[in-house]
Write a protein that binds this ligand. Structure first.
Ligand SMILES: Cc1ncc(COP(=O)(O)O)c(C=O)c1O
Length: 415
């Protein structure tokens, strides 16, 4: 258990919440595709006195005195992430992926401009034009989806929509898409119709950093990301681009949409980027892809249909269309067996977003715990046992706890 002695002394109620959440994480299998478990070093940075400081502005151009160490930390984060992805410019201040997207749109578009992005119900993100998000309210979105036969992105459809709607920007990137994104193909379409090309690599940033998914660098005008998913850093966002676009993007983050940066988080991003530059991080990402492939294989062998019939990345999407079980049922039932997944819409979804006909299952976090193909094969079996028959829940819940004791969330290492 983490050291929370001061919280215990000052606030036993919150200490108890943290302790119970710790047990949930330690003794359960967290298969949420967008979550991970950060290193102790990242947590230490995020819990450090860097939280005490206001640092509005950017290194060497702050609106507050006493920012010399903030400048050092932010510059380290910037230089490391530039090296990691091979780019000229980085902004490491976005508080989240959503804010990275907002500032990126604002840096090159005006309200009312057209954007072509992936449909939310086919795997896109809220900030890619959902009506309930700022994006759908401020910009004029059109959406591409999955090809009904292959259940993969159909660049012919993207091209047809781009020609018909003449968007100012095309967005590639998704929250629930298990296949490789063809950045080159997207960029050619964007170029041909005079649109800017933005890649939101939030989900796959770690895979891209390790070279196990093609990079958008060299194809995209602007790249946005979260830092907390496969990239395994603190919760937050980042924006990458050319040096030329940097000034505009900086001003859209601050003062455009944010105030003072969360400097403890920026510092923790610097630590995470250093970790991501290590060879062990590449090995980790390779294992993520291998683990997802095993998960897909076992689920399909046991008769479950996967969107696009497989995976190339860190996640699978199980499609229960035509079965009695819903995404909501599956999420609840697996939860009772200490397996956490999230319900997810599937192509041509007939049920409401609160019920859905699918679940999204990801392996980044269990891979961080050291689980390899054997353990993942067992986990896939547990999932099928629970989905096949609710009566298997108690037996599987016990097996999950037992498995977790062999793969502690945190071993003895600092990183
Ligand atoms: C593709 C994509 N973009 C952006 C975001 C937004 O990130 P955040 O939740 O940090 O705002 C997410 C989060 O799930 C995402 O999947």
């Amino acid at each position: 258990m983490e050291n929370i002695q001061f919280i215990k002394a000052c606030d036993p109620e919150i200490a108890s919440v943290i302790e119970r959440e710790y047990s949930r994480q330690e003794y359960g299998l967290n298969l949420i595709a967008s979550e991970n478990t950060v290193s102790r070093a990242v947590m230490e940075a995020q819990g450090s006195i860097m939280t005490n400081k206001y640092a509005e502005g950017y290194p060497s151009k702050r609106y507050y005195g006493g920012c010399q160490y903030m400048d050092e930390a932010e510059n380290l984060a910037i230089e490391r992430v530039k090296k990691l992805f091979g780019v000229e410019y980085a902004n490491v201040q976005p508080h989240s992926g959503s804010q990275a997207n907002m500032a990126a749109y604002f840096s090159v578009l005006s309200p009312g401009d057209g954007i072509l992005a992936m449909d939310l119900s086919h795997g896109g993100h809220l900030t890619h034009g959902a009506g309930v998000s700022f994006s759908g309210r401020l910009f004029n979105f059109s959406h591409y989806g999955l090809n009904p036969e292959t259940e993969t992105i159909d660049l012919n459809q993207v091209e047809d929509l781009a020609r018909a709607n003449k968007p100012k920007m095309i967005v590639a990137g998704a929250s629930a898409y298990p296949r490789t994104l063809d950045f080159k193909g997207f960029s050619e379409i964007a170029k041909a119709c005079g649109a800017l090309f933005l890649v939101d690599m939030a989900h796959i940033a770690g895979l891209v950093a390790a070279g196990v998914h093609p990079t958008p660098v060299g194809y995209a005008d602007i790249i946005t990301s979260t830092t907390h998913k496969t990239l395994r850093g603190p919760r937050g966002g980042l924006i990458l681009s050319s040096a030329e676009r940097g000034k505009k993007i900086n001003s859209q983050i601050f003062p455009g949409i944010q105030g003072g940066p969360l400097m403890h988080v920026v510092t923790a991003k610097a630590v995470a980027f250093k970790e991501a530059l290590l060879p062990a991080f590449t090995e980790y990402q390779k294992q993520v892809v291998k683990n997802a492939a095993v998960l897909a294989k076992v689920l399909m062998e046991r008769g479950y249909k996967l969107v696009s019939n497989g995976t190339d990345n860190h996640m699978v999407l199980v499609d229960f269309s035509g079965l009695d079980i819903t995404g909501k049922d599956a999420e609840e039932r697996l939860g009772q067996a200490n397996i956490t997944v999230n319900k997810n819409t599937v192509p041509n979804e007939k049920r409401s977003p609160f019920v859905t006909s699918g679940v999204r299952i990801g392996v980044p976090l269990i891979t961080s715990r050291g689980m390899k193909e054997d353990a993942v094969g067992d986990i896939a079996g547990f999932i099928c046992d629970v989905l096949d028959d609710e009566a298997n829940v108690p037996k599987v819940a016990t097996k999950v706890k037992e498995l977790c004791t062999h793969y502690p969330l945190y071993g003895d290492t600092a990183c």
